[in-house]
Design a protein around this ligand. Structure first.
Ligand SMILES: Cc1cc2nc3c(=O)[nH]c(=O)nc-3n(C[C@H](O)[C@H](O)[C@H](O)COP(=O)(O)O)c2cc1C
Length: 235
């Protein structure tokens, strides 16, 4: 199959999405990956950008497409209105992107892809972060835990960081962080965590928006990226 996969800026379901992308590639499908601007940033923060990049770059319809290279009219998404893909998957899908889709807004790379897929009748699978009301456990990228920081004269973690992303005793600049985890090893007080779990509350408006998607023509909402495997067919 010729598959397009959009990644938006959510930490939740991100690693599970990358695992399914790898599966799809190994199964021999063509795979274009579309990253929203936030999707690219968040992939880097969680140390997953290079894994995603390594799945692409092997010819036509196997590209990594970045929002920042597509200016404001997102010409690459014309492929969807021309029906060039068999399937569009968006996973993970942020509350922001869902809110835009259900209101007919197409002003990012991924929201344009979904809009054009509707016009070109390309089947679309959406895996939202906000699906059911209630609390959700999710994981953080690298984090300087201030209550554990000993404010050492020389911060070993900051010294070790190849991105110069750490302001000792203050914070990690996540826009510089590449999620390599070297800082976690370097700090003798384990004051930097990676993948710490937190519980967040789903907002009612985000759940409402997701539920509006259930009635969209040509769109199916799935609970996990793993479920995408059911939609893959051999040529
Ligand atoms: C580390 C990190 C994790 C995030 N995780 C989520 C998330 O799980 N769900 C979500 O809706 N937004 C999350 N965000 C916020 C989005 O990235 C932000 O709303 C962004 O503007 C979404 O843009 P996009 O929908 O075009 O990708 C996260 C941001 C950061 C920095």
């Amino acid at each position: 199959m010729r598959i397009a996969w959009g990644i938006t800026g959510a930490g939740h379901l991100l690693e599970a999405s990358v695992d399914v992308l790898k599966y799809i590639k190994n199964e021999g499908h063509d795979l274009s990956i579309y990253l929203s601007g936030a999707g690219e940033e968040v992939l880097r923060m969680y140390g997953l950008f290079n894994r995603v990049k390594s799945l692409t770059g092997k010819g036509y319809y196997n590209e990594l497409i970045l929002e920042k290279d597509q200016e404001r009219s997102y010409p690459m998404t014309g492929r969807f209105s021309l029906g060039k893909y068999d399937l569009l998957v968006v996973s993970p899908t942020t509350s922001n992107t869902i809110g835009k889709i259900v209101n007919g807004i197409a002003d990012t790379l991924v929201t344009n892809a979904v809009a054009q897929a509707g016009k070109g009748k390309v089947k679309t699978l959406i895996i939202p972060v906000d699906l059911e009301a209630g609390d959700l456990e999710t994981v953080l990228p690298s984090k300087l835990e201030l209550e554990l920081c000993q404010h050492c004269e020389v911060c070993e973690a900051a010294e070790a960081c190849p991105q110069d992303a750490i302001t000792p005793g203050v914070e990690i600049n996540l826009l510089k962080c590449k999620g390599c985890g070297i800082c976690q090893q370097a700090c003798p007080y384990q004051a930097i965590t990676g993948g710490r779990k937190i519980t967040i509350h789903m907002r009612e408006i985000d759940i409402e928006n997701t539920h509006k998607l259930f009635d969209f023509d040509g769109v199916e909402v799935l609970a996990s990226p793993e479920e995408v495997k059911k939609f893959l067919t051999k040529e």
